[in-house]
Design a protein around this ligand. Sequence first.
Ligand code: UD1
Ligand code: CA
Length: 447
Amino acid sequence: MATAIAILAAGKGTRMNSRRPKVLHEVGNAALLLHAWRISREIDPDLTVIVAGEGCDAIREFARASGISAEIAIQAVPGGTGHAVLAAQSKLAGFEGNLVVLYADTPFVRPATLRKMLLSAESGSAVSVLGFHASDPTGYGRLLLNGDGTLGKIVEHADATESERLVAYCNGGAVCASNRILAELLGEIGSGNAAGEVYLTDAVEVANRRGLICRAVECSEEETMGVNSRAELAAAESVFQNRARRDAMAAGATLADPNSTYFSFDTSLEADTVIEPNVVFGTGVTVREGARIRSFSYLEGCSIGANSVVGPYARIRPGTKLCRGARVGNFVEIKASRIGSGSKVPHLTYVGDSVVGEGSNFGAGTITCNYNGVSKNRTVVGDNVFLGSNTILVAPVEVGDGAMVAAGAVVTKDVPPGAVATSRERQVNRPGMAARLMKKLSRAKKD
Ligand code: UD1
Ligand code: CA
């Protein structure tokens, strides 16, 4: 049967105290909305609708910039989750198939759990919802079961009686139902509740009244964690990091101190990589087999070749590719550059907008001057080049294969292959002059 997804991303997000829509706040360096969209991809829907409200321009722009392909339905006023699903009907009208409703503020639902909900729908449950046992149910809708174990009703925390509040089996947010039936059920729901909203959760009670069967599909509490405030955003970050650490280790990465390795949503570590303590992965990092990232390094938008070593204290910026067996050492910054196989940039160096061949060596303190205040220029360093310490490469400039540059050089002209370039004042030594100079200086100080 065809499947559609509605991601609810409207609502005021009042508890965030933010000018930005809540669903654009980030966990693992990805907006909550992007997490929900990536989860939805996994069940291969025929149609995806994002429901956006106030701030919909920002959401539209975000979707475009992040390559999210979805229809955007507008919910002009935040009339509740049921009202939002009705707003989605502007893009779903006539859709005959199952609709999965996902809340964009719930970033951890596993695709396998959504598949279970679809199975529940296919085996005759008119409305399937996600259930979990909450360690602290405050704030969540409570799932009230019928005698036969089917779901009879969901009561929101604000509307619950004292005894209903004691129920710890809660609504995780995701809902799955036939689109046509759900739209019909929601048409019958009023907004006579504590929030004055049309609750999606009330569809369960209406369905029961019609004699339809509803069921809860159970999942772990971690999956259903919702983000409503900054404190919950921080808690979600910690859940995300722990999950990413577990997944990386299961896939064969060694994390010397997992709690001090920080991941982004798209970090990819191949097997037999070793990550030392205190390493941060920004977005877009791939680390190939056998590479080692040493302590206190910060990487983003880069690919680290097999068996290379990065750090300690390295900063690898976007657009960088380290080829197999390259070495980047302490206090080195590399931006938008390709470092060839086996090349070494061991200490105190800045390499920007450069292409470096294989087997070359950068002396300590080498700097590419890639920016002249107006434009960025390229530096090309060939294979088996030796750059002496404190070399300044003023781009655009090229150092040919097998060339050497003497320490302290300011290289403004291309160096032909195999040449030795020197570019500094000749040293002059004046014998015995040090003592005379000291005497003169102390006399000058006394006067
Ligand atoms: C909701 C559920 C609650 C469940 C909890 C799980 C309802 C009525 N309650 O409560 O049973 O335990 O999630 O996390 O559904 N949204 C819109 N338009 C609106 C209102 C909300 O698009 O008019 C979106 C929000 O952006 C959010 C999601 O729907 O992503 C959930 O809304 P929220 O207000 O956070 O619901 P909760 O109070 O958390
Ligand atoms: Ca919520």
